[in-house]
Design a protein around this ligand. Structure first.
Ligand code: PMP
Ligand code: GLN
Length: 389
C-alpha cells in the first residue's frame, strides 16, 4: 500500500473516542463506569412500549420520510412551543437526525467551507473537533476556565476574524456543566449580528439545568432565528441513548442546507423509535420536572462522595457530569489518573484534558457522570474513598 498513511490528514490524531476507550476499560476491569454518559436505567416504560407498538404495527420498519416522520416533527414543534414559546413549521423548520451526533456532522458539513473558522468553547464535546475537521474548517477554542467556567466575552470578540463563519455553543455545557445566562447569550447574539456569524447551539441537556437556572435557547433572542441552528436529542432527556433520535430546528433555508448534507450521511434512521420519541415529547410537565430533580439529587450525592474522597469538585449547573480536579492528590495528569483509576479503585472516569487544545488548561481535570442508580453512586463513592487514605 506504499507509504501514504491510510487515515486522511483531516482526521489525523482523532483516534478512538475517549468514551469508547474508557467504556472498554470499564468492561475489561469490571469497574463502575462513571465515564461515558449514559444512564443505567432506561427511560419511561410507556415510551419503551410505544417503540414496541410501532415495531409491531409496522410503523417505521421501512425507510421513514427523509426529514423525519410527521408525527415526530409535529411533536418537536409542540415541545419547542410548550417550553420556549417558539413557533416552528414542522415541514420546513424541523429535521430529524440520527442523534445529535449526526445533526452536528450534517450542520458542519453543510455550512462550512474549507478554511472557515469555528469558535467553540473548550473543553469541547469531542465530535465537534472531528466534524469541524471533516469539513476542512479550523477550530478556534474559547477556553472556559476553572473555577467558574464562564466564557470571557472580550476574549470571544478578540477571536473573531474575517474567516470566522460560526460560533458553536453548547448549553448546558458538557463537560463543565455551565449554563449560559440570558445576558451572556445576548452578548454572544450581538457579536453574531455585528460580524454576521451563524450560531450552532447544542442543547441536548436542555432539560438538565439545576438550582433554578433557566435554559434559554439562543434562538429565542431577537434576530437570532435567521442565523441559529439548534440541535437536541431524545437520548439524554428520555434516557434512551441507544435509540439515536435527534433533531435540528432552524429557519427553512438553514434546514434545507443541513438536510442536503444529512440525506447523504444516513438518509434516515430509527424509524419505529421516531414514533416513540413523538410520544415522549408529549409527556406531562411532571416528567421533565421529576427528571431534573432526580438528576440534581444525584449530582449532590456524587458530588459529596467526590469531595469526601478528596477531589476538588466544580459544582455543575447542568448536564449529568461533574468536573473535578485531582490537584489535591498531588496529581497533575488526568489521563494517567483515569488509566490507573480502575486498578486503584474499580471506577472509571474521563480525563477532560482530551477536550482541550490548550494542554495546560485542563490537564488535571477529571469528569464523572452521575446518571446512575443511587446504589451505584454510593458504591463508587465508597471505592473512591480509598484515595483519601
Ligand atoms: N452533544 C453533546 C454535548 C453530548 O454530550 C452528546 C452525547 N450524548 C451528544 C451531543 C450526542 O448526542 P446523541 O447521542 O443524541 O448523538
Ligand atoms: N455524550 C456522552 C458523553 O459525553 C458520550 C457519547 C459518546 O460516547 N459519543 O459522555
Amino acid at each position: 500500500m506504499g507509504t501514504r498513511p491510510l487515515l486522511n490528514r483531516r482526521l489525523d490524531g482523532l483516534g478512538t473516542t475517549i468514551f469508547a476507550e474508557m467504556s472498554a476499560l470499564a468492561a475489561t476491569t469490571g469497574s463502575i463506569n462513571l465515564g461515558q454518559g449514559f444512564p443505567d436505567t432506561d427511560g419511561p416504560e410507556a415510551v419503551r412500549e410505544a417503540a414496541v407498538r410501532a415495531l409491531r404495527d409496522g410503523r417505521g420498519n421501512q425507510y421513514p420520510p427523509g426529514p423525519g416522520v410527521p408525527e415526530l416533527r409535529t411533536a418537536i414543534g409542540d415541545h419547542q412551543h410548550r417550553f420556549y414559546d417558539l413557533s416552528l413549521d414542522p415541514d420546513t423548520e424541523i429535521l430529524v437526525t440520527a442523534g445529535a451526533t449526526e445533526a452536528i456532522a450534517a450542520t458542519m458539513l453543510a455550512l462550512l467551507e474549507p478554511g472557515d473558522e469555528v469558535i467553540a468553547f473548550e473543553p469541547y464535546y469531542d465530535s465537534y473537533a472531528a466534524c469541524i475537521a471533516m469539513a476542512g474548517a479550523h477550530r478556534v477554542p474559547l477556553t472556559l476556565r476553572a473555577p467558574s467556567f464562564r466564557p470571557d466575552l472580550d476574549e470571544l470578540r478578540s477571536k473573531i476574524t474575517p474567516q470566522t463563519r460560526l460560533l458553536l455553543l453548547n448549553t448546558p455545557h458538557n463537560p463543565t456543566g455551565t449554563v449560559l445566562t440570558a445576558e451572556e447569550q445576548s452578548s454572544i447574539a450581538a457579536l453574531a449580528v455585528e460580524h454576521d456569524l451563524l450560531i450552532v447551539t447544542d442543547e441536548v441537556y436542555e432539560h438538565l439545568a439545576f438550582d433554578g437556572a433557566a435554559h434559554v435557547p439562543i434562538s429565542t433572542l431577537p434576530g437570532m432565528r435567521e442565523r441559529t441552528v439548534s440541535i437536541s436529542s431524545a437520548g439524554k432527556t428520555f434516557s434512551f441513548t441507544g435509540w439515536k433520535v435527534g433533531w435540528v430546528t432552524a429557519n427553512a433555508a438553514l434546514i434545507a442546507a443541513v438536510r442536503t448534507a444529512k440525506q447523504y450521511l444516513t438518509f434516515v434512521s430509527a424509524g419505529p423509535f421516531q414514533y416513540a420519541v413523538a410520544e415522549a415529547l408529549r409527556l406531562p410537565g411532571t416528567y421533565f420536572e421529576d427528571f431534573r430533580a432526580d438528576l440534581q439529587r444525584k449530582r449532590d450525592l456524587l458530588g459529596e462522595g467526590l469531595r469526601a474522597a478528596g477531589f476538588r469538585v466544580y459544582q455543575p449547573q447542568g448536564t449529568y457530569f461533574i468536573t473535578t480536579d485531582i490537584a489535591p492528590f498531588g496529581e497533575k495528569d488526568a489521563y494517567a489518573f483515569c488509566r490507573a483509576l480502575p486498578e486503584r479503585c474499580g471506577v472509571v472516569a474521563v480525563p477532560n484534558s482530551v477536550f482541550y487544545d490548550d494542554p495546560n488548561a485542563g490537564r488535571s481535570q477529571v469528569r464523572f457522570t452521575f446518571c446512575k442508580k443511587d446504589d451505584v453512586l454510593h458504591e463508587a463513592a465508597a471505592r473512591l474513598q480509598r484515595l483519601a487514605s
